[in-house]
Design a protein around this ligand. Structure first.
Ligand code: COA
Length: 334
């Protein structure tokens, strides 16, 4: 019997309208367009404005668009997984809220929190359900409202992050398309370099934690950079080697968008020319679990059936990993 694989059969992304530019940021903190472009490569990021709106709104917009685009009824969806580190609330899961907002009634749903590697971990989890043969339509969505945990008085973190969401539909195929292989890693000792200090069970929210600004991203940028640049490049190279893939075989590297220098280093390590590397960090910044589906969505018209893609990410935790994916459709035929 042929192995059942999980193929991406549709993709859609959604970002809020409001653009926070480097010029605007330079009026809020002591920074400049030149510094941000040189060190990170971001021009602007999207921010979700409005009372009562959260990551589920970003995710639901992506999912509703995906259902329309793929002509799928919400009733057909059996499972929805949301990768996020900015859930609407501690509980219930943001995935449940997205399902409700998108009219998905027959699915079970849950969240995965693996920071910037979240979409990859969720994609593989969704694929594993499809590969059992029991699930025919699974949605994986990455959604993060990073502006909700960003301190806009801290110049070392506020230029880096933005809000966004991207969703994919996974369906079974007996052909050689879809998720082909994955390599994932976690090193919890890295948590000291990148975390949120308060609001969890160790240090619940109090006046003191709010006054001390402990509900924002805490990052030791240089340490994170050193781990990210080595591990993301290494894991991408490792998955190529394990699958006997040479640079010429690969159509695209789809890297997590945290810093242009990390992306460039990963592409170089894989021996890929820059034109094979998906880059949209300049438009959105680091949207955490949404960067990879946002890239796939922006580049969808360039993708062809059979294209071999390497997805790679590094994030808080630390978490990092890579997926080898064979693209399953020609977009113009959709
Ligand atoms: C955050 C990051 C862009 C900082 O770049 P860097 O080259 O490491 O810069 P440093 O932290 O060494 O800071 C260099 C100087 O720039 C200053 N600086 C920091 N942010 C600045 C800003 N926005 N504008 C102007 N100057 C800034 C620092 O204060 C420091 O000044 P000093 O030398 O006078 O002390 C970089 O470390 C990075 O991308 N890290 C990884 C982030 C990441 O990937 N995180 C998510 C994981 S998915």
């Amino acid at each position: 019997m042929k192995k059942i694989r999980a193929a991406i059969t549709g993709i859609h992304s959604w970002v809020p309208e409001y653009r926070l530019t480097n010029f605007e940021l330079s009026k809020m903190v002591d920074t400049s367009d030149e510094w941000i472009m040189q060190r990170v490569g971001i021009k602007e990021r999207r921010i979700l404005k409005g009372e009562g709106l959260g990551s589920s709104d970003l995710g639901a917009n992506a999912v509703i668009g995906l259902l329309e685009k793929t002509k799928t009824s919400p009733d057909e969806i059996e499972l929805l997984i949301c990768a996020t580190i900015t859930p609407d609330m501690f509980f219930p899961a943001t995935a449940n809220i997205i399902s409700d907002k998108a009219g998905i009634k027959n699915a079970f749903s849950f969240d995965i929190g693996a920071a910037c590697s979240g979409f990859l971990f969720a994609l593989q989890t969704g694929a594993a359900y499809v590969e059992t043969g029991k699930f025919k339509k699974v949605i994986v969505v990455g959604a993060d409202k990073m502006s909700s945990i960003t301190d806009y008085t801290d110049r070392t973190t506020c230029p880096l992050f933005g809000d966004g969401a991207g969703a994919v539909l996974l369906e079974p195929t007996s052909e050689e398309y879809g998720v082909m292989d994955y390599i994932f890693h976690t090193d919890g000792s890295g948590r000291k370099y990148l975390h949120m200090k308060a609001g969890g069970s160790i240090r619940p929210a109090s006046h003191e934690t709010v006054d001390a600004k402990e509900h924002y991203i805490y990052q030791e940028g240089q340490s994170v950079f050193k781990f990210a640049v080595v591990n993301m490049a290494d894991v991408a190279a490792e998955i190529m080697e394990r699958n006997n893939l040479k640079a010429d075989d690969i159509a695209w590297l789809v890297p997590h968008q945290a810093n242009l220098r990390i992306i460039d280093a990963t592409g170089r390590r894989m021996g890929l020319p820059p034109e094979k590397v998906m880059i949209n960090i300049q438009n959105y910044g680091n949207t955490t679990a949404a960067t990879i589906p946002l890239c796939l969505s922006d580049y969808e018209s360039h993708l062809k059936k059979g294209d071999k893609l390497i997805l790679a990410a590094f994030g808080g935790g630390f978490t990092w990993g890579s997926i080898y994916l064979k693209w399953a459709y020609d977009p113009e035929k959709k």
